[in-house]
Design a protein around this ligand. Structure first.
Ligand SMILES: Cc1cc2nc3c(=O)[nH]c(=O)nc-3n(C[C@H](O)[C@H](O)[C@H](O)COP(=O)(O)OP(=O)(O)OC[C@H]3O[C@@H](n4cnc5c(N)ncnc54)[C@H](O)[C@@H]3O)c2cc1C
Length: 293
């Protein structure tokens, strides 16, 4: 099978999801890796350039990250070429002349297994494919975005203040999220200190972002970010289905809630029935000790 991987960069580095895609692609077949050059993602110039590349290389499968731009680009590419499209996939395997993919459906309540005919376009959820620590950096061919077809005029770029030294939420291997159980923004140092001790990113439930305790960019869930870290820690979060939609693909889920019947415990691998204000400071200290060796 011929596989074309479309990679993205954050600054000068390839995004982790791009390395994950490249690793998966080499398992599936004969891989080439392409990056679309252009100042910033813009749908028409990017899809136009990618359509030409796919028409000339004729890959059986195009893999993109299920990132904000990857989802958009993948859908447009599939529509332009009349190819099958599977979005937000969490597992993918070759099966005869087609693909067998797994993807969450109904806000993460079920995982659907589907057979997708080739040629196809597939976007894969960041963090879904395991990556070895020393995964090789693929050789990347750069093509230029097709500026001639641009119809948008760029006005300005407003960078959102991120958590400084912290990793970005979507790609973090550890996420510590806080909910209404934290009682107010003044208590977020508890969430941040645990996130820092674990080397992770900070997330929040929608109750928290709606209340203005934390910025919208930190919201995890159906109408927020989907995260797939190795470890997700939910502090004072009830486990509403809309929150679960954004985090149940995490590999290990730890929940701390004082209500033993909270729904979050239904998806947690480790559940702690406790008051966050008592448990979290002690837990953070214990983590620091362990990590200090
Ligand atoms: C269309 C739609 C989209 C939505 N999208 C999202 C989304 O993307 N993300 C999202 O998160 N929500 C989303 N929601 C909202 C969702 O339904 C819930 O209202 C929200 O997730 C609840 O947030 P919470 O768990 O922080 O608050 P609550 O449900 O109020 O839960 C607080 C929890 O904290 C516990 N608690 C209280 N005090 C303590 C303490 N001292 N120690 C330990 N535990 C304590 C309580 O037992 C409780 O379980 C959406 C809703 C709708 C209708």
């Amino acid at each position: 099978m011929k596989v074309l991987v479309v990679v993205e960069r954050k600054g000068t580095e390839l995004r982790r999801v791009s390395l994950e895609l490249a690793a998966k692609a080499t398992e599936l077949g004969d891989t080439s890796v392409v990056e679309i050059g252009g100042e910033r993602y813009s749908p028409l110039p990017f899809v136009s350039a990618l359509v030409k590349k796919v028409q000339s290389d004729a890959p059986d499968l195009v893999l993109l990250g299920a990132t904000q731009s990857g989802r958009d680009l993948g859908a447009r590419l599939a529509a332009r070429l009349g190819r099958a499209y599977a979005a937000d996939v969490t597992d993918i395997a070759a099966s005869g002349g087609s693909l067998e993919i797994t993807r969450p459906m109904y806000a993460g309540k079920v995982r659907a297994r589907m057979r997708v005919p080739l040629p196809a376009v597939v976007s894969v959820r960041p963090g879904a494919i395991p990556l070895r620590d020393a995964a090789p950096v693929p050789q990347v061919t750069r093509i230029e975005a097709d500026a001639a077809v641009e119809q948008l005029t760029f006005a300005k770029f407003a960078a959102v203040a991120s958590g400084g030294k912290r990793v970005s939420l979507a790609e973090a291997r550890v996420v510590v999220s806080g909910g209404r159980g934290l009682k107010g923004p003044e208590n977020w140092n508890l969430v941040e200190q645990l996130a820092d001790a674990l080397g992770g990113a900070v997330g929040a439930s929608r109750a928290v972002t709606d209340a203005g305790w934390r910025p919208n960019e930190e919201q995890v869930g159906q109408t927020g970010k989907t995260v797939t870290p190795d470890l997700y820690v939910a502090l004072g979060i009830s486990g509403a289905i809309q929150h679960l939609a954004g985090m149940t693909s995490s590999k290990v889920i730890v929940a701390v809630n004082k209500d033993p019947d909270a729904d979050i415990f239904k998806v947690a691998d480790y559940g702690v029935v406790a008051d966050v204000f008592e448990f979290v400071p002690a837990f953070t200290e214990a983590v620091k000790k362990v990590r200090a060796g």
